[in-house]
Design a protein around this ligand. Structure first.
Ligand code: FAD
Length: 504
């Protein structure tokens, strides 16, 4: 699609999808056969541009600036949590790690949405697992950072599972969270969007939807950035008219913001509310010898041992020096010593399975941009403390020589203090704002449900009271997904596509 003609900067379509991440990219592909079958027109508007393999220059800071909103430094209003989500064709699937889990039945029991259970979701999950090449990596592709976690858990008698991942042609360079220099992750930019494009969906990069007014999206096309291919439209303000809109602005933040800009901050009582994010802590153990941590896929194992009892997950992880330094805790000599030990570090991610609470919400500022209100309350702090204790035990069981317990009584905990972990790591040390919390699984804010008093869409993603308007992304989740969310987002988007197809 080299250029597109528009009359008075107005374009007409039957369906407009806004956002191209896990939700929007899936919708674009699923609805695209309708172009031939029914002669309809579909457009996909995306705020960011399309990254290519050569755009990943294997440097942390410039890559973070290119891919992430605010370079990955978006904060809550309280300024004690950082949120990572990406802008560009493929959305956050360009920077995700590609770990591919399906939510268990107990998650759907807790969601309690009519018609949505594991049986209904299973064929949808299977479809995207196949499309996105989900598989288990072989033993020789798993690096030592990961095997240490597996062995540490095993030594403690704790069960771990291997993550299925969705790579193809992975060279094990470890840059997943900064895009991929080999485009190996099979996100929507690699799989679903090319199909949509081939089937005739018009894709508009660098096109931000500002507001939906009646049956028109008011959008701004901006000039290309970072040397990427620009929009087929000249920069300027445009009107995109359509019969149906699907809002997939994603990662639970921009979808409620667009809806609020369009219909008012309180157009439904639940808009923006019940936001969850799996707040996470990066934890490190120093092995006093080189550990293979940078090379290889960063995430191979996870542990669900504490999921039901204590509401946290432990996963392997690997973060680059800048993000790691930001997420560890402290200054001066201790910090210097820890960061100098980077090649010796084993890393574990603790993910808190946070409850959906009304007080945790997305609002908008006077400029219409999202503001995140998220409270690190006592329940979350207790969960984190339990997870730091559990991870510390795993590090020592794997042979670590010292463990950094962020914000706790001592910067380093030593192996001979293993018996005192409960005293050394406690709630009284955990001060929000003093400990660096990050989140990358942003969910809710336009949740599904039957009751317009407590939800924003029905069980098919249709916004209450607005027949032409759907949501298809992570903001649909009524509560958190309790596991890494992208496959569940795709499966829900698949349901929304089914519903829309049935109406055309
Ligand atoms: C670093 C990182 C690692 C992750 N790893 C994993 C993992 O291993 N496994 C897993 O399951 N999940 C993972 N996730 C989470 C997963 O990537 C997200 O949950 C998922 O991509 C969210 O899908 P979405 O459709 O809601 O939004 P997104 O994928 O974020 O897409 C939203 C898109 O909408 C665009 N947009 C926003 N506003 C507008 C607007 N007004 N107009 C036009 N376009 C707009 C954005 O630019 C963006 O491209 C990770 C996330 C991050 C950040």
């Amino acid at each position: 699609m080299s250029s597109i003609q528009s009359q008075d900067n107005t374009l007409e379509y039957d369906i407009i999808i806004i956002g191209s991440g896990a939700g929007g990219g899936t919708l674009a592909k699923e609805l695209s056969p309708l172009i031939k079958e029914k002669g309809i027109k579909i457009a996909l508007l995306e705020w960011g541009g399309e990254f290519r393999a050569q755009d990943n220059i294997r440097e942390e800071y410039p890559m973070a600036k290119k891919y992430f909103f605010d370079g990955g430094g978006v904060q809550n209003v309280q300024q004690d949590v950082t949120f990572a989500f990406a802008k560009g064709i493929g959305g956050s699937t360009t920077v995700y790690t590609g770990t591919s889990l399906t939510a268990p039945q107990q998650v759907f029991d807790r969601w309690n949405i009519e018609g949505i259970d594991l049986k209904e979701m299973a064929p949808r999950y299977e479809k995207y697992k196949k499309e996105n090449n989900v598989h288990l990596k072989s033993a020789d592709e798993i690096n030592e950072n990961n095997t240490l976690f597996r062995d540490g858990c095993k030594n403690l008698g704790i069960h771990v599972d291997q993550f299925p991942v969705n790579t193809k042609g992975c060279q094990g360079e470890g840059y997943c969270n900064l895009g991929c220099p080999n485009l190996a992750k099979q996100g929507t930019a690699a799989v679903q969007i090319p199909v949509a494009k081939n089937n005739g969906v018009h894709i508009f990069p660098f096109t931000k939807a500002n507001k939906i007014v009646g049956k028109t999206v008011l959008a701004t096309v901006s000039a290309s950035q970072f040397g990427l291919e620009g929009s087929p439209l000249k920069p300027g303000d445009y009107k995109f008219k359509a019969k149906r809109f699907i809002v997939s602005c994603g990662s639970a933040v921009n979808t409620p913001a667009l809806l609020m800009r369009s219909y008012g901050e309180n157009f439904l009582p639940a808009i923006g509310k019940y936001f969850t994010c799996h707040p996470a802590l990066i934890l490190v153990g120093d092995h006093g010898r080189k550990v293979q941590n940078m090379d290889g896929h960063p995430k191979s194992f996870f542990c669900e041992e504490y999921m039901e009892s204590d509401r946290f997950l432990l996963e392997t992880c690997m973060y680059f020096p800048f993000v790691l330094a930001k997420n560890l805790n402290g200054y001066g000599e201790d910090m210097d010593s820890l960061m100098s030990s980077f090649p010796n570090l084993q890393m574990i991610l603790s993910l808190c399975l946070d409850k959906a609470k009304e007080k945790n919400r997305i609002g908008i500022g006077s400029d219409g941009e999202p503001k995140i209100y998220y409270d690190l309350d006592d329940e979350i702090i207790t969960t984190f403390v339990k997870s730091i204790r559990a991870a510390t035990k795993v590090f020592f069981a794997a042979g670590a020589k010292r463990v950094h317990a962020p914000g706790m009584e001592k910067f380093f905990i030593m192996p001979d203090e293993n018996e005192m972990i409960d005293q050394l790591i406690s709630e009284r040390h955990f001060k929000p704002g003093k400990i660096s919390i990050a989140a990358a699984h942003l969910m809710g804010g336009a949740r599904m449900g039957a009751d317009p008093a407590t939800s924003v869409t029905n069980e098919w993603g249709q916004v209450h009271g607005k027949e032409h308007l759907y949501v298809a992304d992570a903001s649909l989740f009524p509560q958190c997904s309790e596991v890494n969310p992208y496959l569940t987002i795709m499966a829900l988007a698949d349901r929304v596509a089914d519903k829309i197809r049935s109406l055309i």
